[in-house]
Each structure stands twice: as structure tokens, then as C-alpha cells.
Design a protein around this ligand. Structure first.
Ligand code: NOJ
Length: 413
């Protein structure tokens, strides 16, 4: 990226992970899950035991923010139970290590996992999950309010609800149950509103900020005249974007978010009802023949990023955090190019007046990518999973991104 880039001085240049993907030793619905590459999350990156070292790596990279999950299943053994003090102390120590390294935490309260007792009671289909979650949040926030002011209630509710109840990819692996999909979204939206009120009732040393992280995929038809693909794209857009944003931010609900988190990876174009992306089993060779640029998961569409930010700014008028962007590939040049192109778009949108407060690269570490196990390489640090010591190493993308993070003072406007 050229040196002409300027970002606000207090801009957060961060990175992100989630508990099930990096911590290891979790007891939730993913514990016994075996991914398509044979991998499981039982040890993952062992961030659970190695968080101090991982904070050192973050400091070495030069990031000044870390979007991290706190795993509900570790902290509450039963509905409305007191928080497990030992596990809480571990998270508090992690937050203190971050503080010592001048790294601002953003805490994610729900990232695709639940305590076993929630799953056993029907998960987010059961309305009783809402007060149970709010109770957990109440207790957690009371314990962390001196250390955390950035709260991300739900990560990608649409991804979670669709993979659990429409596409059968996440436990409990149901398929095509639209009623369940809608119910989960509505319950999560209700829980977001209540959790947000609870968070903001507390007194913080710094004004709290609360929001969801919305995954954004734009859907379109690959061929201009394929009417059915256009129709399916419109239906998908409605179900996964519009309906979800309305549930969380529509009408009065808007007041319960102080920011909008955006996870942006790209787009899905449909061809004869099939999404032309690698995660759908379409080969790289075929995608290349069609002129579609992808990482190992999705189609890249950097210009869509800038447009989206402007649209969100106009529609919601909320400050935005890019809660995730990254690319999965072993081709580091590709990943560097991808990051650079997206930062160009981000910078352009900010120059046009969009209030973006931070950018969190997905991910700090190569990690457990849910259904795909360890086959997708997203890390600023690579992890050698074949070696039981799980050695970390800064990738070239890590060096590139770290360079931008470290230059932030020089380029601040
Ligand atoms: C979104 C999810 O929040 C995260 O868990 C996942 O690993 C990345 N996208 C990449 O697919």
C-alpha cells in the first residue's frame, strides 16, 4: 500500500479470533465434531494455554486491537449459575496482558457456540435461551466493565442460523427449515436488544459501544439474462441480508446499537442455482476459466466493499467497525493484494465521509475453520498443526499488515 494513506489517529488496527477456533479444550457442540479434513477443535491452536505468547505475537505484529470471543460454555455450568471464577480469572488475565501491550479488546459474546445445556434445551429455537443469555451477559459485563468497552453481542447471526437450520453445516445439522432460521434470528435480535440495554446500564470508565457483526455477502446472477438466478439472488439477499438487518436494526431497535460491525469477504454469483465459489465445491480451475477471482472460500469483490460501506453509512448512520476481513490462501501474494485492495476501498469510503473506527484482520492465527477444519489458511501467523508444539510463524501477510499497523502514527491525519 502506498505511503499516501492516512487514517485517523485513533483508528483501531486489529486482528480477530473466536474461542472454538483457537482456544482448544472447549466443551460445546463442536467438541465431538469432525470436519471435512478430519480435523477437530479439541486442541486447535491451544490459545487457551498460550494466550500470553499470542499477545506477544500481536505486539510484535504491531496491532492495537484484538477482537476476541469469551466462551459462554466455560463460564456458566447451568442456567443462571454464578460465573466460574477460575475461567473468568483466565480471561481477565488475558485482558490485562492486552492492556499491558496497549491492545484494545473488543469482546464477542456469541460466536457460533453455546453451552451444552443450551443446546440440550433446543438452542436458539427455545425462547428461554434469551433470558439465560442476558443473565450471562449481565454477570460478565459486571466483571469486565473496567477492562472492556467494546462489545460485539452476536457474530454473524445469519451465518449461524443458516448453517444450523438451512444448510446442515453446523450442529444440530438441520436442513431447509426456514421457520427455525427465522426464529433463531428473531430470538438473537431480541437477546441483542436486551443485552445492549444491560451493557449500557453499567457505568464504564469509557462510554461502552455495542453492536452485532453482520456478515455481508452480495448475491447476483453470473449471467445477465438468467432470470431464475436473478430471482434466487434476490431471495437470498432478502433472507440473509435484509431480513436479518431489519430484525436487529429496524425501527426502534436501531437505538440498541451504537455501531455496526461488518464482516466482509466477498460475493456469491449464481449460475443455474449454483453459487460459483470454492466452498460450494466449484474447482479453482473452473472458476479461473470463468474469470472469477476467489480465495479458497469466496469470490473476491473489493469494489463491493466500498459501496457497501457507503450504503450502510447512508442507511444506518452508525459508526462502523470492520469486524472481519481476510483471505484464505497459501498464496501470500494473493492475500497481500487482496488486503491492499480492500484497504484502498476502505480508505476511499472513509474519505467520502463514512465513519469507520477500526479494521480487524481475520485472523491472528491459522485456525479451525468449522466444517473445513484446518484446511483454510487465514492467519497473520501460520500455525504448523502437524507439529504438536503448534509453532507460530509470522507470514508475509502478517509482515505486510504489521507494517501498516506500525506506520499508523506516521500516517495519522
Ligand atoms: C466468519 C466467521 O465469523 C469466522 O468464524 C470464520 O472463520 C471466518 N468468517 C472465515 O470464514
Amino acid at each position: 500500500m502506498s505511503g499516501n494513506f492516512t487514517f485517523p489517529e485513533n483508528f483501531l488496527w486489529g486482528t480477530a479470533t473466536s474461542p472454538t477456533q483457537v482456544e482448544g479444550h472447549v466443551v460445546n457442540e463442536w467438541t465431538d465434531y469432525v470436519a471435512s479434513d478430519g480435523g477437530h477443535c479439541r486442541v486447535a491452536c491451544n490459545h487457551y494455554h498460550r494466550y500470553e505468547e499470542d499477545v506477544d505475537w500481536m505486539a510484535q505484529l504491531g496491532v492495537n486491537a484484538y477482537r476476541m470471543g469469551i466462551e459462554w460454555s466455560r463460564l456458566q455450568a447451568a442456567p443462571f449459575a454464578p460465573l466460574d471464577q477460575k475461567e473468568l480469572a483466565r480471561y481477565i488475565h488475558l485482558l490485562d496482558c492486552l492492556k499491558a501491550a496497549n491492545i484494545t479488546p473488543m469482546v464477542v459474546l456469541h460466536h457460533f457456540s453455546n453451552p451444552p445445556w443450551i443446546s440440550a434445551a433446543g438452542g436458539w429455537l427455545n425462547p428461554a435461551t434469551i433470558p439465560a443469555f442476558v443473565d450471562y451477559v449481565t454477570k460478565l459485563v459486571a466483571s469486565l466493565k473496567d477492562r472492556v468497552y467494546l462489545w460485539n453481542t452476536f457474530n454473524e447471526p445469519d451465518t449461524y442460523a443458516s448453517l444450523t437450520y438451512l444448510l446442515g453445516g453446523f450442529p444440530p445439522f438441520h436442513k431447509w427449515n426456514f421457520r427455525s432460521y427465522r426464529k433463531v434470528i428473531k430470538h438473537m435480535a431480541e437477546a441483542h436488544v436486551l443485552a445492549s440495554r444491560v451493557i449500557r446500564q453499567n457505568t464504564f470508565s469509557r462510554e461502552p459501544e455495542v453492536g452485532i457483526a453482520k456478515n455481508w455477502t452480495s448475491f447476483g446472477a453470473f449471467q445477465a439474462f438468467a432470470l431464475w438466478d436473478h430471482l434466487l439472488a434476490e431471495v437470498s439477499h432478502h433472507a440473509f441480508n435484509r431480513f436479518v438487518l431489519d430484525a436487529f436494526l429496524g425501527g426502534q431497535r436501531h437505538e440498541n446499537s451504537t455501531f455496526l460491525g461488518v464482516n466482509y469477504y466477498g460475493r456469491a454469483r449464481l449460475n443455474h442455482f449454483q453459487a460459483l465459489v470454492p466452498t460450494n465445491g466449484v474447482s479453482h480451475k473452473r472458476l479461473k476459466q470463468l474469470g472469477i477471482v476467489c480465495d479458497d472460500m469466496f469470490e473476491r469483490h473489493p469494489t463491493g466493499f466500498g459501496k457497501l460501506l457507503k450504503k450502510f453509512h447512508r442507511r444506518y448512520g452508525l459508526p462502523i467497525y470492520i469486524t472481519e476481513h481476510g483471505a484464505a490462501s497459501t498464496d501470500e501474494d494473493f492475500r497481500i493484494r487482496d488486503l491492499s485492495e480492500h484497504l484502498h476501498e476502505l480508505h476511499g469510503a472513509m474519505n467520502d465521509g463514512v465513519d469507520v473506527r477500526g479494521f480487524f484482520y481475520w485472523s491472528l492465527l491459522d485456525n479451525f475453520e468449522w466444517q473445513f477444519g484446518y484446511s483454510k489458511k487465514f492467519g497473520l501467523l501460520s500455525v504448523d498443526f502437524a507439529d504438536e508444539k503448534l509453532p507460530r510463524r509470522i507470514t508475509r501477510v502478517g509482515e505486510f499488515y504489521g507494517g501498516i499497523c506500525k506506520a499508523r502514527e506516521k500516517t495519522a491525519r
